[in-house]
Design a protein around this ligand. Structure first.
Ligand code: SF4
Ligand code: SF4
Length: 217
């Protein structure tokens, strides 16, 4: 059975958090029944005290290698069972609204991996926001995780909001119906991160609002 086989892959990666969700809410619903979402912790779990751009970038790249390794194993199993699947692109294809065609973050919330913090990223209980998300659309039913509907950020925590040098975060508590624009000025954040891209040759240099989060430290 394909679900059992997929779950056995994750036994090899006890540090990785994963879950399944139905994707009836998504534009892909007609073609695929479910998504498998997994969150790989960054190589080094930085705090604001240990944070540097270089270490943050390395942590992401280390996690990316694990993401790719797991992805290859999943594909092998899905091919073996002749199950239809697709790996949606991680980055936005639409520069107008800066949204990816399939949101890993929203799938992660629906699969029960975490909630969206006041920094507009997924927050897991175990690692906070220090995870790299990946997802595979699969045309099969699974035992689904429990959808998370509300933020678990403490009401009075504003650490991420206050650390942002550009004041891109609005300090708004997320719930499942919240719009991204209520939480973050994503154009401003993206623009500032793009400046890093030009000057340092990489995109994810700014991770201040993640490094400061008390969850996972
Ligand atoms: S990534 Fe940087 S610029 Fe964007 S919201 Fe977080 S702290 Fe602000
Ligand atoms: S720093 Fe505080 S408010 Fe921001 S995401 Fe983490 S727990 Fe939530």
């Amino acid at each position: 059975m394909v679900e059992k086989h997929i779950r056995s892959i994750f036994l090899e990666y006890p540090e990785v958090i994963y879950g399944f969700t139905d994707i009836a809410y998504s534009a892909y619903a007609g073609a695929y029944q479910s998504a498998l979402v997994y969150a790989v912790p960054y190589g080094e779990l930085l705090t604001i005290e240990t944070y540097t751009e270089e270490k943050f970038e390395k942590g992401i790249q280390d996690a990316k290698k694990v993401v790719e390794k797991i992805g290859a194993q999943l594909i092998q199993v899905l091919d073996e069972y002749h199950v239809k699947y697709d790996i949606p692109p991680v980055a936005q294809s639409n520069e107008a609204d800066l949204e990816a065609p399939f949101s890993f973050k929203f799938a992660a919330v629906n699969a029960g991996l975490g909630w969206i913090g006041k920094n507009d990223v997924i927050i897991t209980e175990k690692y906070g926001p220090r995870v790299r998300l990946s997802a595979i659309l699969i045309n099969e039913q699974f035992e689904y995780g429990n959808k998370i509907l509300m933020s678990n950020c403490p009401e009075n925590c504003k650490k991420c909001v206050e650390v942002c040098p550009y004041h891109a975060l609005h300090g708004v508590q997320w719930n499942i119906d919240a719009f991204r624009s209520e939480i973050i000025d994503y154009r401003l954040c993206n623009e500032k991160r793009s400046i890093y891209l030009k000057t340092h040759g990489r995109k994810n240099a700014c991770g201040l609002c993640m490094a400061v989060c008390p969850f996972g430290t």
